[in-house]
Write a protein that binds this ligand. Structure first.
Ligand code: DAH
Length: 359
């Protein structure tokens, strides 16, 4: 056939030669690509928009039809082979990378894990829970009462009338509220008002412990805070004696501190008990010898207690001929100080993490 388009052209061997060289070079270069970046460079160099093979393919349009058909087919087959080779190399590189990670980045499952930070309970909360736990295991129930209290419960029904000098024992923060010319509400100065609240709401037998915050209008020092915690205890039944009081408190100290700690009872005065006692423990610091922590006493007072005054019992409507009871009130911070050997009560509420993290 002698058409112009079908004419033999001098271009043909040239292009074939180019394809041949491209294939050789591509094979050699591909064998040398060791990572994804190099492989991508290879793809761009041969198959990219300005790649060597692409340029040949573009140049084909200048050829006569027959040449274009023959060479086009050859070039497209080469393109296919290069694309296949690219794909194969790509997955080979992936396998190699995975093998490397598995070899070098092997997970040592025996290494200790990374621990996230965990919070903790405040030392007063911990101590409070242990105190309540000790009494709960002896059959006491736990209840609570309000922090804003009536004068009537905080003082009057505990035999501390308005003009009584014993009120000086409790420096009171009064609520700014007046009725009939007096201020009847206050921040409770102790947990003892709960003795009244409990007895007003139930008949004997009574066995309760009442934890809570207390407030006093006073300057702070190493052993005094204006806010602190107490646990009140009350047991009322037939035939309760001071022996029951002492036995209960001995058992409590043993459970809280172990049996080596010594305790001491001495008579004391509280208007709502008769007789009244104070219980002290040997000082955690000097163990009884006398030091600065205990004011040279060798002992640290941790609670007040006594036999519930008969007038308190009749005040709530109990039959004081039939029932007797004991009561106690302990300072939780004091107990925590004894337990952990803390010398200044103010540490508890300074919120210094260096202190709190030790518990
Ligand atoms: N409420 C007293 C105080 O805060 C402590 C106390 C003493 C409580 C004797 C009692 C008790 O129940 O019987 O100082």
């Amino acid at each position: 056939m002698l058409s112009l388009k079908g004419a033999w052209s001098a271009e043909m061997p040239l292009v074939q030669d180019q394809l041949h060289r491209i294939e050789e070079d591509a094979a050699r270069d591909l064998a040398a690509t060791a990572d994804e970046a190099a492989l991508e460079g290879w793809r761009v160099a041969y198959l990219g928009r300005r790649g060597r093979l692409t340029q040949v393919l573009r140049g084909l349009s200048a050829l006569v039809e027959e040449e274009r058909r023959n060479l086009g087919a050859a070039a497209n087959q080469l393109k296919q082979r290069l694309e296949d080779a690219h794909e194969a190399h790509h997955s080979a590189l992936g396998d190699a990378a995975l093998r490397t990670t598995m070899r070098e980045g092997r997970l040592d499952v025996t290494l200790p894990g990374v621990r996230g930070p965990i919070g903790r309970l405040h030392p007063i909360t911990q101590t409070l829970r242990d105190i309540l736990g000790a009494f709960a295991s002896m059959g006491f129930q736990v209840t609570e009462g309000p922090e804003i209290e009536w004068d009537r419960y905080n003082f009057e029904m505990l035999r501390i009338p308005a003009d009584h000098p014993a009120r000086d024992l409790w420096d009171t923060l009064w609520m700014d509220y007046e009725r009939d010319g007096v201020r009847p509400m206050l921040l409770r100065t102790h947990t003892s008002p709960n003795q009244i609240r409990v007895m007003e709401s139930q008949e004997p037998p009574v066995r309760v412990v009442v934890p809570g915050k207390c407030y006093r209008y006073e300057a702070t020092d190493a052993t005094h805070e204006w806010m602190f915690h107490q646990v009140e205890g009350l047991a009322v039944d037939e035939n309760i004696s001071i022996g029951d009081l002492k036995g209960t408190l001995y058992e409590f100290t043993k459970r809280m501190f172990g049996s080596e700690r010594r305790v001491r009872f001495r008579t004391d005065y509280f208007p709502f008990v008769e007789p009244g006692v104070e219980m002290a423990m040997d000082c955690f610091n000097c163990r009884g010898g006398g030091c600065r922590t205990c004011g040279n006493q060798g002992w640290i007072e941790i609670l007040g207690a006594g036999m519930v005054h008969p007038e308190v019992l009749t005040g709530v409507g109990y039959d004081a001929e039939r029932y007797t009871g004991f009561a106690f009130g302990m300072g939780v911070e004091r107990i925590a100080m004894l337990r952990y050997g803390i010398e200044d009560i103010r540490h508890f509420f300074a919120n210094d993490l260096r202190f709190l993290r030790q518990f």
